[in-house]
Design a protein around this ligand. Structure first.
Ligand code: SIN
Ligand code: MN
Length: 279
């Protein structure tokens, strides 16, 4: 497999790819490197998850379209296996530098025409403030279930912004529009971000570092750092943009405890190391 090195002790990613991830804060691998059965399995789960309803299913502001389904590694046995797949777990362990468990998992759907934005934000502040995770020793692993293009709401990153740590921001006033009656934790999952980074900070970083939107066919895998500044635009196209996002955390970085823990589907209390499935 081009770009991969399976030497024991080093993990599957070649040193230059790890270096690229550490420098840029993200790494996109092409679909040729992912086992086709893994993608089939995620696609099959997505079809079923879309018909689910419950607190773990977040709707768009239109109150109809499914935006996200959380807790998929807990609620779907197939995803419970996907998190153990060496194609995902191997790089996750290597990039975190430790054994890992899955702190959170979700399918982000971005429905045709109706899939809404994610405002500029960093992920780690939520895991720090809401879940008591005190170090940013996590990695987002996003498996593209559909082709991701410039039209259907790709993520946009400011490369290298993760090296600034947690950026200055402020808390939004009140609940997001359209979710006034929802529990407090919903405010972290909607098109309006709860922790807002100031436009001046975003502008300064974008001017110095530029912006990148990693795109690729279904089966591509995107790794990104929890402190990387990112956003994504609404899906203006007639094509769905679904991704599976697994958030792996170091087993030595578990929650120190918070007053009101978020539901299990947002912060998994099972912190045992994920063990690799045999190939
Ligand atoms: C998206 O699915 O476009 C946003 C994901 C994220 O902000 O982590
Ligand atoms: Mn995010």
């Amino acid at each position: 497999m081009t770009g991969l090195n399976d030497a024991p002790g080093t993990g599957p990613l070649a040193a230059d790819l790890v270096e690229q991830y550490n420098r840029e804060g993200f790494l996109l691998l092409p679909p040729e490197l992912l086992s086709p059965d893994l993608l089939d399995s995620v696609s099959a789960v997505l079809a079923r998850a879309l018909t689910d309803r419950g607190p773990q299913v977040i709707l768009e502001r239109d109150n109809v379209t499914v935006r996200s389904v959380y807790g998929v590694h807990q609620n779907f046995g197939e995803i419970g296996e996907v998190i153990r797949h060496p194609d995902l777990l191997g790089p996750a362990r290597q990039l975190v530098g430790d054994d890992v468990y899955v702190h959170q998992s979700k399918l982000n759907i971005k429905a045709p025409f109706a899939g809404d934005q994610w405002e500029w934000h960093q992920d780690y502040i939520y895991w720090l403030q809401n879940d008591g995770i005190t170090k940013p020793d996590l990695v987002n692993v996003s498996v593209f279930v559909d082709d991701v293009t410039e039209f259907n709401g790709t993520l946009t990153f400011i490369p290298g912004s993760h090296r600034k740590g947690v950026l200055a921001g402020s808390l939004a006033d009140g609940p997001p529009q359209g979710y006034e009656d929802a529990p407090d934790w919903v405010a972290t999952l909607t098109a309006e971000e709860k922790f807002r980074i100031s436009p001046e900070v975003i502008e300064g970083l974008a001017r110095s570092n530029g912006m990148v939107s990693p795109k690729g066919p279904a089966g591509s895998v995107l790794f990104f750092n929890p402190n990387l500044l990112h956003a994504s635009a609404p899906n203006i196209s007639p094509f769905r943009r679904a991704v599976l996002i697994l958030v792996y955390n170091s087993v030595n970085n578990t929650s120190v405890g918070v007053g009101t823990p978020r539901p299990d589907f947002l912060a998994d209390p099972n912190v045992s190391a994920v063990t690799p499935a045999s190939r």
